[in-house]
Design a binder for this molecule. Structure first.
Ligand code: CMP
Length: 448
């Protein structure tokens, strides 16, 4: 069997199963101990299923490689050594099926005994924390969503454990006299009713809502209630702070964009910019957001990256343009890589002049989206309508001459600009590109 990549889809599915199994243990273990359920029936089947998964996981881990300083390690020996020095011991302790051995020899065995024996299963929680951390770094999922799920599950588990403890204390107190269970006439109610009431108390006390219909009746219960109320106040302060920042980060880009737009609008109102112009500015940013998610904001960090990674990211970002421009289709790989990091995105609204005839030229443009026209300022004659995949502004750069025509946008346009110094550098290194672009420029010049 081949070594499995730790970030492959199958591992993500498998880790989800491990998280579900651990969740089951975190729910069932305190429940079986507090409510002293029957150890047979449905619990036996669920325990068996969950343990099978955990034991299978111990063996599967030997087949999963790991990432060390960005390198995928596939060497079996290294994997074994790494596993032995990390999770293996904990996983072994957490998966020993002692409860089944006890079930074979002692029958019937009370649920709480099984619950206590299964306590080490909770050690798998550490592995789940690691899994959540890995999911947060996963490329396809918004880390905020993972953190949100993590928070909700943790809150529910705390509520559940407190509910089980509250019921357990009620049961213990019942032996020596009065307890909240007798007070609420729940001592002989169905387990589900008892659990629901305990959970109801746990949530109302932890959230400090406290309706006061289920109340402590003896010292032990009062002390426990005090502790839980204290815990509740601290816990909910923590939760509210976390949820607020999580929601703010849910779409950090959109948040930043909104903030930027608010500032711009406030500025325009203060300076009494005419309403029509304000609308144009808003439309422009709206377009920017819809089509490029305001690329200007996100491109800043790219300059900090090493050249090779930066090039690969640009190749990905400009993939659509590279596919559209016929000139790039059979070009050298090196040429594309050199060119791609030099292209600067620019978004323009309709009816905007990009180039004015007779002026000096410092840059040329590639069209990713939209439509422009090249026309004569003097006669008004339209030389050509240009769309995605075409380029313009090359004549002035090639011949160091003035612009031969005016170029204006017809629609919103997404363009990529190539400045003269970058253009010259690329042409110097790749004469084939120079020949091709010159051929097109000459044709254009002749059809004027
Ligand atoms: P440049 O002269 O630098 O600036 C104006 C641009 O319009 C020019 O480069 C060409 O890219 C483009 N252009 C000029 N004439 C034509 C034409 N006849 N057909 C297509 N494009 C043209």
């Amino acid at each position: 069997m081949q070594t499995i990549h730790p970030e492959s889809k199958i591992i993500i599915v498998w880790e989800s199963i491990i998280v579900l199994v651990s969740l089951y243990n975190y729910l069932s273990i305190p429940f079986t101990i507090a409510f002293q359920t029957d150890a047979d029936g449905i619990w036996l089947i669920l325990d068996l299923l969950s343990d099978t998964v955990l034991i299978a996981d111990i063996f599967l881990r030997f087949k999963i490689g790991y990432i060390d300083q960005g390198e995928f390690i596939t060497d079996r020996q290294k994997i074994r050594k790494n596993y032995r020095s990390t999770d293996l011991k904990i996983n072994l302790i957490a998966s020993l099926p002692i409860d089944f051995i006890v079930r074979i020899f002692i029958s019937p065995v009370p649920g709480y005994v099984i619950g206590i024996i299964r306590f080490p299963r909770l050690l798998r929680g550490f592995q789940c924390l690691g899994i959540f951390r890995r999911w947060e770094n996963n490329v396809n999922v918004n880390p905020v969503v993972i953190r949100m799920i993590n928070l909700v599950v943790t809150i529910f588990l705390i509520d559940h454990w407190v509910a089980c403890l509250w019921f357990f204390i009620g049961e213990v107190a019942q032996i020596s006299g009065e307890s909240w269970l007798t007070n609420a006439s729940l001592e002989s109610a169905r387990t589900s009713t008892q659990y629901l009431n305990s959970l109801y108390w746990s949530i109302t006390t932890l959230t400090t809502v406290g309706y006061g219909d289920i109340t402590p009746t003896n010292d032990l219960e009062i002390v426990f209630t005090l502790v839980i109320m204290f815990l509740g106040v601290s816990m909910y302060a923590f939760i509210i702070g976390n949820v607020a920042s999580l929601i703010a980060n849910l779409d950090a880009n959109q948040g930043r964009f909104r903030e930027k737009l608010d500032q711009i609008q406030a500025y325009m109102r203060e300076r009494r910019i005419p309403a029509i112009l304000q609308q144009q500015v808003r439309d422009y940013y709206q377009y920017m957001w819809e089509y490029s998610h305001d690329a200007s904001m996100e491109l800043d960090f790219l300059d900090e990256l090493p050249h090779s990674i930066k090039t690969r990211i640009y190749l990905h970002l400009h993939q659509e343009l590279l596919e559209k421009v016929p000139l790039f289709q059979d070009a050298d790989k090196g040429f594309i890589e050199d060119l791609v990091i030099k292209l600067k995105p620019r978004i323009l609204p309709p009816n905007d002049y990009i180039i004015r005839e007779e002026q000096l030229g410092h840059e040329m443009y590639f069209i990713k989206r939209g439509e422009v026209i090249a026309f004569s300022e003097k006669t008004g004659r339209v030389y050509r309508t240009m769309t995605a995949g075409m380029f313009f502004g090359e004549i002035a750069l090639l011949y160091s001459s003035r612009r031969t025509a005016s170029v204006k946008t017809q629609t919103y346009c997404e363009l990529f600009v190539l400045y003269k110094e970058d253009f010259d550098q690329v042409l110097e290194n790749y004469p084939r590109f120079w020949e091709k672009i010159k051929e097109i420029a000459e044709q254009r010049f002749q059809t004027k």
